[in-house]
Ligand binder design. Sequence first.
Ligand code: PLP
Length: 410
Amino acid sequence: MAIAPIILRRMTSAQSVSGNVAQLKESATIAVSQRARALKAQGRQIIDLGAGEPDFDTPEFIRNAAKKALDEGATRYTAVEGILPLRQAIADVTNAHNACETVTPAEVVVTTGSKQALFNSCFALFGEDDEVLVPTPAWTSYYEMIDLSRATAVPVEGQASRGFKVTADDLERHATDSTRGLMLNSPCNPTGSVYTPDELSDLVRLAAERNWWVISDEIYRRIAYDGPAAGLLSVARNRERVVVIDGMAKSFAMTGWRIGWAIANPNLARTLTAFQSHTTSNATTVSQYAALEALKKKDDAEAAIEGMVGEYRRRRDAALQLLRAPGGPTVVQPDGAFYLFIDVQDTDPDSEDAGSAFTTRLLEEHGVAVVPGIAFRTPGWIRLSYAAAQESVVEGVRRILKLRNTLIGR
Ligand code: PLP
């Protein structure tokens, strides 16, 4: 059978578009999902462990709030930066989580998903000749967003034995006079690693000494298995050059509602708002009201999140039990998010990227979609999302182990 490799293509030829997007590549996660969909359309049964999307419905109390808001007229433009009650609720939740009292609504900009908050922050802060340190592996879009801002993403690889978490020394080794920023993500996509407060403190201290901007993507902070993941604001002494990104998508199973936010100093918040005013304007009005209800109804929200996180934990544990059997592959200990990052380099030690070949064979021959580590700038690894039914996760892991055993000749 001819196997179509999953490769990341440039989107367009350099002649037909401007230099702004000439280097743009399609997202690997989307490429895998598309291939999985195409195979399903041909009648194949595919276990999709590629998508980074909660498989739960948005909790009912949030959906009901949206219906009510629509009936009450939440159909018009709002302030570009979002409705004040939502920005207040975001400030309150942030202050409670970080045990800090400083965030005010003037520092909150509500965006169309956290993706927009991340892009706008990169675009506003970085430019030509700037370098931005990206602890790697990291979510595929950071590299593209930094590129789109015409800055250079500098991957900083931590040690696999530390869950790829970087140290201040690792960052220092990659810093130059052009370094202007640091992109953090804890809990991390794709590894599931969670930085401790001390580890975060070390990184923030170095960034403050060097006057770097720190963008901290905390979109998975509620999905953590050993208590809440530390937020950057709980350790940063000075917030002036810190931008915290968060949103509703992952913790509240609200991916399609497109609500995220940036928390930044008031001047930067105004700049982000002005930028947004010329591009997308306010995030969808009815979604803002739904998010407001989710953040305000704390008991209902906690019950919903606890239920989902409990389910993710059961799936993670079931998958780890299989993966950690003797002779199994190296897997990063996932303390948060809903991903397993698995080393498959030994399935083809001479290859520069055994992960992509493995991903392709796994999908085409065994009907399981995962994402190759190259998407996170870490060839030789694969990422499995356990935001899927437990039976699918377990069956998917069994097939991964079977393919691996075949390839390493066991
Ligand atoms: N940040 C990380 C690390 C992610 O994994 C994702 C989605 O996969 C996002 C941001 C984007 O989230 P949103 O749906 O809020 O745009």
